[in-house]
Design a protein. Sequence first.
Length: 335
Amino acid sequence: MSKCNIRIEFDRGDRAYRGGETVSGNVVVQADKDVECEALKIELYWQTHGKGNRDSKVISTKSEPEQRWEADLEYKYPFGFGLPARPLTYHGHYLNIDYYLQARANMAWARDPKINEEIIVLPGADAGDEDSVQVEAGVSDESLGRKRKDIRDFIPKTVPGILAALIVLLGIAYYVPILGFVFFVGLIVYNKHIRSAWAEKKLGSVVADFEGGRVHPGDIIPVGLRLDKPGIAKVNAVSAKIEGQEICESGSGTDVRTYKHKLHDEKTSFESSSPNEFRGEIKVPDTGAYTFHAPDNRIIWTVTLYVDVPGWPDWQKSLPLTVVPKPPEQTGDLA
């Protein structure tokens, strides 16, 4: 059987690039005897590794047409692929994101030789560009991996499962007065949205002055809270918490395991500027864990605002943050 060797020559020895730059080089092929190659495909892609199911996305592809490679001759095929601003190379606790350059030869009547070489993608000049965000929250690109779990996965599919569901429903119907009261109290205690709505009966509307959205590591975010109900009773405290998490899911259907790792958790107390107004500042930590959303692997950042009401359910509201890297000219890393 003929042997075909493939290697990739990069334009940089360290294979380190910045988002927005072009990774270029040559795919070099050498065969030990004459062979027919039906196609040579060169791909740039990123892929996740870790606790969660594997997500991946092909960024660019180049294909060379049918070739005849003669023995002991060397053939070079140049490539040049533009890199996205995000995601970037990331090595975390449960989640890793890596970039690869792959070359694969489709051989006639022989095993297809291929090679994968890793590259490093660092923050680039357009790191905060809105249009260059690779995957935004709520987007489920089919090329990223399997789709989010469908609700039908949670419907009982067996006779015992259906009977168990009926028994539970009958029990609820029989004990509905008692269970309804317990359920209502439980919702108030454990559901933050219902708890906050109940709190607003005493506080009035709570208006947040929050300029979050897209932020950089080290940014200071001013936050204000205003309670619209006049003559409100004194509150115990007003505060905010900034939190970052890796969230990875493995498995499918009803057999899904979720792994969470807390990257950051910091709470800040607000000061009262008037009886009904409170102000404070939130600092985004210096981090390389930038916001990332894929079907089974995510890095999320949130700011949660709290109003501690004496003798009453507390009010809280969570707001998303998109943490993006600073451009190199702001960090002094621009070559």
